[in-house]
Every structure is written in structure tokens, then in C-alpha cells.
Ligand binder design. Sequence first.
Ligand SMILES: [Zn+2]
Length: 187
Amino acid sequence: MARHYKVLLAIHPALKKVAEPVDTVDANIKELMQDMTRIMKEKKGVGLAATQIGVSKRVLTIDVRYVKKDKPNLFCMANPEILWASETQESEKEYCFSIPEIGVEVKRPTEVKVRYVDEHNQTQEIHATGLLARCFQHELDHLNGIVTLDYLSPLRRQLAIKKLQRLDRAQRLEEAAEKETASHHPL
Ligand SMILES: [Zn+2]
């Protein structure tokens, strides 16, 4: 049965951790990749890093098909690394599962060459451009304990953190209320 994972907010300490490399893509890592793909699809996101669900492993999934319908490519990556990045950079607003509703402008290289191990434990290399390149760099940041808020000025960062803290409290209250209701229906 698929495990239940919660997508953590950027203020959670797990998102500050540098994730551990994967030895081999075995059945466990493959299952993690499948769970991450499912979460990403359910939430209609284009990318997810294992750190965002509290798993400190260098694993990420990307599928940009939700915005670019012509490119239905699912990438499951272990130990991803950038081999080359273009000098040309572009600034664009990025949204993140761990930072709901707060878009942050981030300047990044427009093209990157990436090496990774796929779901069949095979080493692959791709040349990513456009949204794929941006998404990959965003997820790789997560594996290194970096979130988009870290690109903000100190003041704007503080404001965003306060907003996330309020959201975190609201989510906890909601969860507590759900548990309370559930306990009223014994079987
Ligand atoms: Zn993110």
C-alpha cells in the first residue's frame, strides 16, 4: 500500500537539510519515486523533491506536461547534478508546494546539462531548456536545503515566513479537528 506523505512547508526544518545521495535505485527508491509522482500529479505540480515530503534522499520527480502539453515527459531522478549551465540567465516567478501562494522571482541559467540515475538505475544525461531547466534547478535547490524564499531580501523573506507560520498553525488546527471528528465515529 502506498505510504501517506505530507508535503511540508518551507519553514519545516526538513527543508533546510542537504539530502543524502542514493546508493542504488532499488525497489524502495523506485517506490519513493512512484509515490512522489502520484503526489505531484494529484496536486498538479511540475516537480517535487524528496525533502519536501520529509525524506532526506537525493531524489526528485519532474513532469512539465501540466503547462506544456506537447512534452509529456516524466523524469524520475536520483543523484541529479548539473554538468553545465548556460551563461544566459533569466528571471521568472516560481511557485512551490512548500510555499503556497507566494511567487518568488528567481534568476537562473536558461539551459543546463544534467546527469542523473533513472528509475531503472541507469545513468542518463539530458540537455534541459525552458521550464524543464528551471524546474530542475528549483528541485535541485531543495535537495541542497535551499528554497525560493532564500532569494528574497531579508525583509520580504521575514514577511513570507510569518505568512507560512500562520498557515502552519491553521493546518495544525484543521488536522486536530479532523482527528476529533474521526474519534466520534468508532467501528
Ligand atoms: Zn519547491
